[in-house]
Design a protein around this ligand. Structure first.
Ligand code: HMG
Ligand code: MG
Length: 300
């Protein structure tokens, strides 16, 4: 395949926002420095959100200030409102992300407002960010199922995606927050969203709760999606989606792509260093299949 494929690393943000273990600021910085060695083009660093809602991200500003920023690599931060954008501007962040939902109940639980209210907030955030020269990415949660409402209609996702692109998001990442989606549903979703948003502006963000994430990625890939979010070591979950596990593991995606002749530009050996550290950091065994297999092989 000759297209460009892009992996956006979620571990330090989506991963660590919901790990049980207390992770120090130093360890977060070290993890990002290990990820810097891998060739990843984007590493989401953290969130400027209410520390009462998501305490684990309270030190995101410090982490952002202290990490080495490599040229050509983006280090996005989540900003749900103008307060978040203000913090991003104060810290010199170059890329921010707004996050909407395709289900009303999840929107209320996650950001304490309706979908329509969130779009109004994001309009202001996007305008402020774009006029300051920042890039803005958009997320939509619950695209393949909601913990409170069950199945979500693909058209509902497409409508939110269209609004986010109209607001100036360069890309909309479709989040299967609770990981219930399957490849057939993924295909129907991408077909619906690509009626409203160019394929090149759609990314896939699959959580692996039901073990479907890699299959969903391949279904999305066959539809023409070229950007995927993933977490080193499969870290994480979501604070408002009970039982949700982490994103698909970065090493699972890289292995599957690499062995299939898809170039990601990511160095697996360096990625394994980050996988190993991530498990130590959250004090549990490496959870990804590829991580376990390759680290066992490496240990001889
Ligand atoms: P609210 O309570 O409606 O906000 O929360 P508010 O404006 O009324 O403010 C309440 C308090 O929060 C005030 O502080 C504000 O200053 C503070 P107090 O006076 O009580 O001390 N506050 C802030 N502090 C720091 N940074 C800010 C900020 N804004 C207000 N930006 C709010 C609304 C959006 C703030 C809240 O609901 C929130 O922070 N939610 C964050 C939820 C979150 O981070 N979820 C996880 C990320 S999304 C995700 O993981 C899904 C994704 O991965 C895709 C997928 O898998 O689906 C992206
Ligand atoms: Mg997520």
């Amino acid at each position: 395949m000759t297209d460009r494929f892009r992996i956006v690393e979620m571990g330090p943000r989506d991963g660590l926002q919901n790990e049980k273990a207390e992770v120090s600021t130093e360890d977060k910085i070290h993890l990002i420095h290990l990820l810097n060695q891998t060739g990843l083009p984007a590493i989401e660093v953290g969130s400027f959100v209410s520390p009462k809602w998501v305490p684990k991200m309270a030190d995101s500003g410090q982490v952002f200030d202290r990490i080495e920023k490599l040229p050509g690599v983006s280090y996005p931060m989540l900003t749900p409102n103008m307060k978040g954008l203000g913090a991003a501007l104060d810290h010199g962040v170059q890329e921010v992300a707004v996050f909407a939902a395709a289900s009303e109940s999840f929107s209320q639980r996650n950001i304490n407002c309706s979908i329509a209210e969130s779009i109004d907030r994001f309009a202001a955030v996007c305008e402020g960010a774009l006029s300051a020269g920042l890039k803005v990415r958009g997320y939509i949660s619950c695209v393949l199922g909601c913990p409170y409402e069950g199945k979500i209609a693909p058209d509902a996702v497409a409508a939110v995606a269209e609004r986010l692109v109209q607001l100036g998001c360069y890309e909309v990442s479709l989040g299967d927050t609770i990981g219930t989606g399957t490849p057939v549903e993924t295909r129907a979703l991408i077909q619906a969203v690509s009626q409203k948003v160019p394929m090149a502006q759609i990314a896939g963000h699959f959580h692996d709760t039901y073990g479907q994430a890699l299959a969903n990625i391949w279904a999305a890939l066959a539809c023409g999606i070229r950007t995927f979010d993933s977490s080193v070591g499969g870290l994480g979950g979501c604070p408002y989606a009970k039982g949700a596990t982490g994103n698909v593991a970065t090493e699972d995606v890289v292995y599957s792509f690499m062995q299939s002749g898809i170039e990601t530009g990511i160095d697996m050996e360096r990625l394994l260093d980050a996988v190993q550290f991530s498990a130590k950091m959250v004090r549990r065994d490496v959870s990804s299949r590829v991580g376990r297999a390759l680290l066992t092989k490496r240990a001889g």
